[in-house]
Design a binder for this molecule. Structure first.
Ligand SMILES: Cc1ncc(COP(=O)(O)OP(=O)(O)O)c(N)n1
Ligand SMILES: Cc1nc(C(=O)O)sc1CCOP(=O)(O)O
Ligand SMILES: [Mg+2]
Length: 209
């Protein structure tokens, strides 16, 4: 049976130091995204991140490196569409690792649904400066349309999301909101993370009233 996500706030970071800082600040779902080939550096960071998450009862998502996720028993693997071409989804499922899949178009959503993911990410909701992408910003209406197609499968919104914008993503139907720059580039990342947790939880409470 599929379960939901443990948090509405979903930071994406590039080091174990950031994982520790943000789970100590209250994050309960966090992604380690290291854009380097799998190897001793990635494994070392992954083990430290896993321990930091275990100490706080947080869920760790590893980006891209599905073999490492299996061998190091991570909670979730996040795969993009190109990553899906390479990954052994059967091995991931047999290892009990939950799967998140990126989508940016209807065709990508069709493919994501065909692999029965534990969550689907839609992006970029607004323009992002973090990486170059060929897709125009999706906007909030697309969040609502994706959620209608997903039903009970959790939806993660990502791309250009700020503290001020995050509640509108939840109101539009996102189950969690992923973020890099708005938290990591803030002068007080831990304080910003705490503000995100309050704002996203409040948006959920208001959405069900
Ligand atoms: C939550 C979340 N959503 C989307 C992505 C992007 O994944 P992908 O398209 O595979 O690109 P890279 O992050 O690997 O460059 C993500 N990592 N997390
Ligand atoms: C890693 C990533 N994937 C995206 C997608 O749309 O698939 S957007 C994104 C970067 C998100 O960073 P920020 O919060 O700084 O905009
Ligand atoms: Mg990827």
């Amino acid at each position: 049976m599929k379960t939901g996500l443990p948090s509405r706030f979903y930071p994406v970071v590039d080091s174990a130091v950031w994982v520790r800082r943000l789970v100590d600040a209250g994050a309960r779902l966090i992604q380690l995204r290291i854009k380097q080939p799998d190897g001793p550096f990635v494994r070392g960071e992954l083990r430290i991140a896993r321990e930091a998450c275990a100490a706080q009862g947080a869920c760790l998502v590893l980006n891209d490196h599905w073999q490492a996720a299996i061998e190091e028993q991570v909670d979730f693997i996040h795969l993009g569409q190109e990553d899906l071409d390479e990954a052994d989804l059967g091995a991931i499922a047999r290892a009990g690792i939950r799967l998140g899949v990126s989508t940016h178009s209807d065709e990508e959503l069709d493919r994501a649904l065909s692999v029965d993911p534990d969550y689907v990410a839609l992006g970029p909701v607004w323009p992002t400066t973090l990486k170059k992408m060929p897709w125009a910003p999706q906007g909030l209406e697309r969040i609502a349309g994706w959620k209608r197609r997903l039903g009970d499968t959790p939806l993660v919104a990502i791309g250009g999301i700020t503290l001020e914008r995050a509640p509108s993503c939840i109101e539009a139907g996102a189950d969690a909101v992923a973020v890099v720059s708005d938290v990591l580039a803030n002068a007080d990342p831990e304080g910003r993370a705490r503000d995100w947790i309050v704002a996203t939880d409040k948006a959920v409470a208001q959405a069900v009233l």
